[in-house]
Design a protein around this ligand. Structure first.
Ligand SMILES: [Zn+2]
Ligand SMILES: [Zn+2]
Length: 438
């Protein structure tokens, strides 16, 4: 199915930029995920930053991109690169990012394609377009300086997940920092992002208005819960996102010193191996390698049956939307000694959200009552409200553009706090253009 007819349906204006920097969100301006942002200046130099989709139910897609020769992908989550195959096949756009992001991109696109078939939602690109996107990928190390017409740009570590980058751009008029998804706090996998002096800061505001509980506190709460369930003879099912969360939770369990029998299933085990091929993006490849060697990898049907006797099963999907996690819930649900420990945000319309709100989960098409204990933990690798404010202050940003934020729940809190710090704050709406001159 074709959602766009190339070049006909784009919201991007035809007018040239007269002065300063123009920014235009195709998506992700006033929502979480679905990111695509075009920067252009008066010399006609134009870059697209990210081109993703939001894998919600139903999914959301950004507006159609105009012709762009180059797009920088901040990281390998689908809400930042899900639409890149369309770009590649329709505009032959060169895709730039770190080597690890490039490596993970293909399995993420393959998975996105597979899910779209299973769920029956439309996708504007085809499997063949993935090959084109892979061919057009250009890898860059952190801090490698790239000249693009009269701009210079480089990638910097963003924390968040291995390979994730912030984009630092110098135009003739402005110093720009675009955070992508970022976290200034260290995680088991990566070190936190460092601030950079800039004139315009484009900052993700997912956690606007919300402060994270102290990390160690939340980790201990999780480990206590695991001990309790295992102590009474139960199995903990830990649904986790494949790209980042699975490996973070695995390292935490391994380093806890608890005597546990942990099984890992789903795409996360494959991505962990890809991470290990690029140790330069990890805080400690030894930690991940040891944790991975310690866990039992599920790779067959008989492995999966054996995993039912494990202490902990870490598996996709993180929101209990398909993947092995549903198979496990179905097998584990009759024994009240077992428990489900959610490790991430559960989006509206997801299985995990339904489980939390109604105690039910769609299993193979039937809403099923789940009487197991369910607990949720905040293992976010996005900066919280306080980290966002500190970061903007340390960047000494004159202008702050808040994107990748809920426009009602999250963004207003950040606007108030950032203005109080003296920044000029911008709240973009998808499909609108804004120009910063000073
Ligand atoms: Zn995101
Ligand atoms: Zn992300």
């Amino acid at each position: 199915m074709v959602l766009y007819s190339p070049g006909r349906t784009s919201s991007y204006p035809k007018e040239v930029v007269k002065e300063g920097l123009r920014f235009h969100y195709l998506g992700g301006g006033n929502e979480v995920g679905n990111v695509g942002c075009i920067l252009e200046d008066a010399t006609g130099t134009r870059l697209l930053l990210d081109y993703g989709l939001a894998p919600t139910d139903p999914p959301r897609y950004p507006n159609e991109a105009p012709k762009v020769t180059d797009c920088i992908i901040t990281h390998s989550h689908i809400d930042h690169l899900g639409m890149a195959p369309w770009l590649a096949s329709h505009h032959s756009t060169r895709l730039h990012g770190t080597a690890l992001t490039g490596e993970i991109a293909r399995p993420m696109w393959n998975d996105c394609y597979k899910v779209s078939r299973i769920e029956g939602y439309p996708l504007s690109w085809d499997k063949r377009d993935i090959d084109e996107a892979v061919d057009l990928w250009q890898s860059h190390g952190f801090d490698e300086k790239i000249t693009f017409h009269n701009w210079k740009w480089r990638l910097l570590p963003a924390g968040h997940i291995p390979g994730a980058a912030m984009v630092n751009i110098e135009t003739p008029t402005h110093r720009i920092l675009f955070t992508g998804d970022f976290d200034t706090r260290d995680s088991g996998l990566v070190n936190g992002a460092e601030p950079v002096k800039c004139d315009i800061l484009f900052i993700e505001g997912t956690y606007g208005g919300r402060s994270h509980p102290p990390k160690q506190h939340e980790q201990q709460r999780f480990l206590d819960r695991v001990s309790e369930v295992v102590g009474r003879g139960g199995t903990c099912l830990v649904p986790a996102f494949a790209n980042g969360r699975t490996q973070d939770v695995l390292i935490l369990l391994h380093q806890s010193g608890l005597n546990l029998n942990v099984h890992i299933d789903g795409m996360g085990k494959f991505l962990a191996k890809l991470y290990l091929e690029h140790p330069e993006y990890l805080r400690s490849s030894d930690d991940l390698e040891a944790a991975l060697a310690w866990a039992k990898k599920v790779s067959s049907k008989s492995d999966r049956k054996k995993a039912l006797d494990a202490d902990v099963i870490i598996t996709t999907s993180g929101m209990l939307d398909g993947g092995p996690s549903i198979w496990y819930v179905n097998r584990l649900r009759d024994n009240p000694e077992n428990a489900i420990l959610l490790t991430g945000y559960q989006a509206r319309g997801s299985g995990g959200r339904k489980l939390l709100d109604q105690g039910k989960l769609p299993i193979f098409g039937t809403d099923t009552q789940i009487d197991l204990e369910v607990d949720q933990f905040t293992f976010s690798t996005h900066s919280g409200h306080d980290e966002i404010l500190n970061f903007a202050q340390q960047c000494e940003a004159k202008h702050v553009v808040i994107y990748h934020a809920d426009p009602v729940q999250a963004r207003p809190h950040l606007v108030v706090a950032l203005e109080a710090q003296g920044h000029t704050v911008h709240c973009p709406i998808n499909g609108e253009s804004y120009t910063i001159v000073d």
